[in-house]
Ligand binder design. Structure first.
Ligand code: URA
Length: 277
């Protein structure tokens, strides 16, 4: 096996995926429940000439970056209208902590601002805090968060302190937990949107990973299903956005982890193609 194969195997295993190898002895083959679902765009390994779940050598034209992606400067990402748009990090943190713009403030234990490197190249956008996030004041600390950490580890990223290349910034569309983890309501998303917009404007990430339908709604104003939006590069104010499944969904739909892996590969390729800021 080449170094690349070994690295890819390690990455996939970190995500909870087994690698199927043509040369594997029958006893080494994964059990049926471990075999990724056949996807239209990703046939089962046995039908492929390249290694299974291999990273595409080059992005096909349909996956290419938008042609006029400009190099971004501090002014390139326009901030939301209103006072939030002018805030620096400290002021923004205080504004989120004291926000009473919607009814979610009544039931929260903590607001969940976000965590990570303020100059991260990668920004991860999720949905809303759950019970554990509400208790701890940090995003993605429950089961879904553990899977997110594994996914990040698979592409050599992390939430723990590191350089802007290594350490991501993780934020949610909502900063307060909806009661009983119900779906965010449109007016809650609208009230909270300026906070996320300002976070993005301050971080100036090179790429955003939008996880799940509410992240997509907030960033791309689209109600389309994740399955229809993933597999290509979207745009949020000049920043490439990759749409993928929410980790909580992946915990219930294990076979879609293979598709999430493809999304991470697309994101990696996109970052490498993008011009430095
Ligand atoms: N799901 C999310 O989208 N965000 C969290 O912080 C936790 C679970």
């Amino acid at each position: 096996m080449s170094n690349w194969d070994e690295r890819q195997r390690a990455m996939l295993e970190a995500m909870g995926l087994r690698v199927w190898q043509k040369s594997a002895a029958p006893s080494e083959l994964p059990a049926a429940h471990e075999v990724p679902a056949p996807a239209a765009a990703a046939p089962m390994p046995a039908e492929r000439s390249e290694p299974p779940l291999a990273r595409p050598a080059a992005a096909p034209p349909s996956l290419a970056l938008p042609p006029a992606m400009p190099p971004r400067s501090a002014a390139a990402v326009s901030a939301p209208a209103g006072p939030v748009a002018q805030m620096g990090w400290d002021e923004l943190r205080s504004a989120v902590a004291g926000c009473r713009a919607c009814g979610l403030c009544e039931g929260r234990k903590n607001t969940v601002f976000g965590v990570g490197n303020e100059q991260a190249h990668w920004m991860i956008v999720g949905e809303a805090p759950g019970e554990q996030e509400d208790q701890q004041g940090e995003p993605f600390v429950g089961q879904a968060g553990k899977l997110l950490d594994s996914m990040l580890r698979a592409i050599q990223l992390k939430r723990a302190p590191g350089t802007p290349e290594q350490q991501v910034f993780i934020a949610n569309t909502l900063k307060c937990r909806p009661p009983r983890n119900r779906n965010p309501e449109p007016q809650e998303l609208a009230q909270c949107a300026p906070f996320l917009e300002r976070q993005i404007a301050l971080v100036q990430p090179r790429i955003i990973l939008a996880m799940g339908r509410f992240a997509v709604q907030s960033l791309l104003q689209s109600n389309e299903a994740i399955g229809r939006l993933r597999g290509r590069v979207h745009d949020y104010q000049g920043i490439p956005v990759i749409v993928t499944y929410h980790p909580a969904y992946l915990l219930r739909n294990l076979l879609d982890k293979a598709r999430a892996w493809e999304d991470l590969c697309l994101a990696l390729d996109t970052v490498q193609l993008a011009r430095p800021r």
